[in-house]
Design a protein around this ligand. Structure first.
Ligand code: G6Q
Length: 541
């Protein structure tokens, strides 16, 4: 981190250590307004933080001194900022809605190809949705099964659930990711092959889990329909690897391309979103892209102090590096966003879970936090206890909407009353004096007292729509980017995923070979586990 700017931040944190969120509100009747930003259909109220106006200025200065603006400009312009993989990072090009926009990678404008793939996806989606695209036996497609994992699964799975209100209800989407056959088997149990379309989504088309599931799905289909020829009517692919797609047996006419400058966890607005597009239709998909783009434009242009992703990033750094918080919770008060915390987990933890800086040295500051969460109000009856009264500091992002897609009775008011009340309770707590005034017996006062001073951000939009969802995703993408810049780490590679993959490849043959592996083939513990597994399966040990 920029030492000079960070040491000013640290000094101010120390100077204000004993000032509480309640103190800040008491001394500033305009605080809620001062610390509220609007962008791309979202309002961010960050007033309930341990944040003096002076500390805020210093944090903004940290962003400026770390070169956030300059680094963002490099990303948007297609510079190869993913240095360890020598790649551009251009998920923003996928949703660039500026008419006539050009974005260059290695001297080539990528926008015509981006638009062409979107158009092909739209034509395909429309054909499936309208019933023009028929299965091998002439039946309409009723089920779409996306087979992918990680970045090729979490985005479309999250967004398809999030936008179910906008979906064509006669087509159901399923997402199979785990190599555990249970995932595929339980998904296929109720489906008819003649009405099922598989989308094999894999950037590399070599991922063990995806290819294993895809092959088993293919067998299920061919067995069910009695012909290899059925494959071309029931399989589409999303990949950067045409050769592997065609050697799998999928007609490349049914392949939707994306490019190495789209990172897996940033790939929802690419062809990886095909299952989502089939579900919600091309027009809604484009609305989502527009929402992303509005947040991209806000991030590019708004001053740092009024820049929503920058502010969220700085607050995260305040608690991670200034207060030692290990994690943060994301709490969507919307059932449609049930998978959003899981999606963000990958986005954040795979991007910034790095212990080496851009110069290849061990980082001296802590980096990516642990992200977790559940939809409200469920979490309130489960883990909020620890957030309110536990010994750990857990900053939270509360996410809510003013209108529900399911306006039944007063459910929505009750939902949002809980959201607002939780952030107030966390910030202001309940003092011992209040407890006594309410007649709480003296021996129970310590247990019923809430310290408060627990920081939260509140993100509020009018309604969950494709556009507000797109903007919300872009908000977190850029937040994570800004943190990576300030921590001086590379956010767009994921080398940590590799070692386990390679070792799994080593262990696999030892689990089924006729002869047992020689003792000492692996480490002592792995040797013993393999032996136990083989024994249980009646293999020679
Ligand atoms: C994401 C990661 C990772 C990736 C999966 C699937 O940023 O790179 O989660 O998306 O490993 O990879 P394929 O799309 O190549 O199958």
């Amino acid at each position: 981190m920029n030492e000079k700017a960070w040491s000013s931040v640290k000094e101010e944190i120390e100077a204000t250590r004993d000032t509480t969120i309640a103190d800040y509100f008491a001394s500033d009747p305009k605080r809620a307004d001062r610390f509220t930003i609007e962008a791309a259909g979202w309002t961010l109220d960050f007033s309930k933080n341990r944040l003096s106006p002076r500390l805020f200025d210093m944090l903004v200065n940290l962003a400026a001194a770390s070169g956030v603006r300059e680094e963002a400009a490099k990303m948007f312009s297609g510079e190869k900022i993913n240095r360890t993989e020598n790649r551009a990072v251009l998920h923003t090009a996928l949703r660039n809605c500026k008419p006539g926009a050009q974005v260059f990678v290695d001297g080539e404008d990528v926008m015509p190809r981006v638009r062409a793939v979107l158009d092909r996806m739209a034509a395909f989606s429309d054909a499936v949705r309208s019933g023009k695209w028929r299965g091998f036996t002439g039946k309409r497609i009723r089920n779409v099964v996306n087979i992918g994992i990680g970045g090729s699964d979490l985005g479309p799975a999250m967004a398809t659930a999030a936008l179910a209100h906008f979906s064509k209800r006669s087509i159901r989407c399923f997402f199979v990711s785990n190599v555990d056959a249970t995932h595929l088997a339980e998904t296929l149990r109720s489906l008819k092959p003649a009405e099922t379309l598989f989308i094999v989504a894999s950037k590399t088309f070599t991922t063990l889990e995806t290819m294993t599931n895809a092959r088993s799905a293919r067998e299920w289909l061919v067995k069910g329909l009695g012909s290899e020829e059925a494959v071309s009517r029931h399989f589409a692919a999303v990949s950067t690897n045409a050769a592997e797609v065609s050697s799998f047996g999928i007609d490349t006419a049914n392949m939707f391309e994306f490019w190495d400058w789209v990172g897996g966890r940033y790939s929802l607005p690419s062809a990886i979103g095909l299952s989502l597009m089939i579900s919600i239709g091309p027009a809604n998909f484009r609305r989502m892209l527009r929402g992303y783009w509005r947040m991209d434009e806000h991030f590019r242009k708004a001053p740092l102090a009024r820049n929503m992703p920058v502010v969220l990033a700085l607050l995260g750094i305040l608690y991670s590096n200034g207060w030692g918080a290990e994690s943060y919770a994301v709490l969507p008060y919307d059932q449609y966003l049930a998978r959003f915390p899981a999606y963000l987990q990958q986005l954040d933890m795979e991007s910034n879970g790095k212990g080496v800086d851009r110069e290849g040295r061990k980082t001296t500051c802590s980096t990516g936090p642990i992200e977790w969460g559940e939809p409200g109000t469920n979490g309130q009856h489960a883990f909020y206890q620890l957030i309110h009264q536990g010994t750990r500091l857990i900053p939270c992002d509360f996410i809510g909407f003013c209108r529900s897609h399911n306006p039944v009775g007063d459910h929505h008011d009750k939902l949002c009353a809980n959201l607002f009340a939780q952030t107030a309770a966390l910030a202001f707590g309940k003092s011992a004096a209040q407890c006594r005034a309410e007649g709480v017996p003296e021996e129970l006062v310590p247990f019923k007292t809430f310290e408060g001073n627990r920081p939260t951000n509140t993100l509020l939009a009018e309604e969950l729509t494709p556009a507000t969802l797109g903007a919300l995703i872009a908000l977190y993408e850029h937040k994570i980017f800004v943190q990576g810049v300030i921590w001086n780490i590379y956010s767009f590679d994921q080398w940590g995923v590799q070692l386990g993959k390679v070792l799994a490849g080593d262990v696999l043959p030892a689990l089924s070979s006729a002869e047992p592996p020689a003792p000492g083939r692996f480490d002592q513990s792995t040797d013993a586990l393999v032996r136990r597994y083989r024994e249980a399966r009646g293999l020679k040990v």
